[in-house]
Design a protein around this ligand. Structure first.
Ligand code: PLP
Length: 373
């Protein structure tokens, strides 16, 4: 008699399930009597010879459930890295020496600084664009090897036409990479828009609790003959930017609540963006109408730097700290960060809206804004 027990969803049919179910159900061990519901953590540096993996820089079974779960959500195949920047470095290494990268002038500063330094060293040519200016990006594409997109951008929250720009980049033979950290695969799936690779700082929403640093590169099933997955995996093995098993396990545990966290945080962000727009100490609210990040410019006597710093320092629930995407609300004046692009206004405070009660978050902002005088 065949075994009729349901098994946990496999990547092959995960796309039939709602993402809300996928985040809970994906990456579970097979349902055997007495089996654990959660995958184990494998702490090892090596394996007995003649198995599928010979050494733990090549692979660790603890990575697999998280990779399968995120790959299923994005509609591709995921590779886990030790940080978002490690995944970024692996993708940028796909570009040949002397190649041309089209990239946003105002994006995550680690990417902007990496590209600036690569260009300065003569390894790459970079054409800086405004991703919200579709015609401008198209005009920069001829001769490009890679179009790097981030949407919404960090921290200006510019939104790119992913499908249109991907098609235009493919017409000139360029690869398209999209940093999907801010959107998460619940709000945007760039591979469905034709992108070749999606990058995540899994440090943010995917793990969601501000307790791990991890990254992912997710490749499309059809990579147009570029062998991207194998090249990215090779970069990870040889570069050594591998995830610790405990971090990988924590990230999968965090992912279980991704839809709850993102839904609540997005609701909170929409409400706070609305209320902030009417506040006299806020001169501009940047919010694309979705997502859980809101950036505000603080009005000031001069350039607003002092007031922006005071707003961030004066909150009691919101923490004045860098990073984003955790359950806890965070805010910071972005130009504090070395390498932050000059296109980012000096008085801009980026707010990563968490899952707390929205009225508590609002009252905390109000009291800190009131203290500006
Ligand atoms: N991409 C974006 C949009 C980010 O905000 C960050 C970090 O803030 C990164 C990539 C880099 O990720 P990590 O800090 O995990 O290396």
């Amino acid at each position: 008699m065949t075994d009729q027990r349901p098994s946990s969803p496999t990547p092959a049919h995960a796309h039939e399930l709602s993402p809300r179910t996928q985040v809970v159900a994906a990456g579970r061990p097979p349902r055997e009597p007495g089996a654990s519901l959660n995958p184990p953590v494998t702490f090892t540096s090596t394996y007995v010879a003649d198995g599928p993996i010979n050494y733990a820089r090549v692979g660790n079974p603890t990575w697999t459930p998280f990779e399968e779960a995120v790959g299923g959500l994005e509609g591709g195949e995921a590779l886990l890295y030790s940080s978002g920047m490690a995944a970024v470095a692996a993708v940028l290494a796909l570009v040949p020496v002397g190649g041309v990268v089209v990239a946003p002038a105002a994006a995550y500063n680690g990417v902007v600084v990496s590209l600036t330094e690569a260009a300065g060293a003569g390894r790459l040519e970079v054409r800086w664009v405004d991703v919200g200016d579709t015609a401008g990006v198209r005009a920069a594409l001829p001769g490009a090897d890679l179009l790097w997109l981030e949407s919404p951008t960090n921290p200006l929250l510019d939104v790119a036409d992913l499908a249109g720009l991907t098609a235009a980049a493919h017409e000139v033979g360029a690869l398209v990479a999209v940093d999907n950290t801010f959107a998460t695969p619940l709000l945007q799936r760039p591979l469905e828009d034709g992108a070749d690779v999606v990058v995540h700082s899994a440090t943010k929403y995917l793990s969601g609790h501000s307790d791990v640093v991890l990254g992912l590169a997710v490749t499309a099933a059809d990579d147009r003959g570029r062998d991207l997955r194998a090249r990215l995996a090779r970069h990870r093995t040889l570069g050594g930017a591998i995830a610790g098993p405990m971090e990988a396990w924590l990230a999968l545990r965090g992912l279980r609540t991704l839809s709850l966290r993102v839904e609540r945080a997005c609701d909170n962000a929409a409400e706070l963006a609305r209320r902030l727009a009417d506040h006299p100490r806020i001169s501009r609210v940047r919010y694309p109408g979705w997502g859980a990040i809101v950036s505000v410019e603080v009005a000031g006597a001069t350039d607003g730097v002092e007031e922006a710093e005071a707003l961030a320092a004066g909150t009691l629930i919101w923490s004045n700290s860098t990073s984003l995407g955790g359950v806890e609300s965070q805010l910071e004046r972005r130009r504090r960060q070395p390498g932050e692009p000059e296109a980012v206004p000096v008085n801009l405070v980026r707010m990563s809206v968490g899952v707390e009660d929205v009225d508590d978050l609002w009252r905390d902002l109000e009291q800190s804004l009131a203290a500006l005088g």
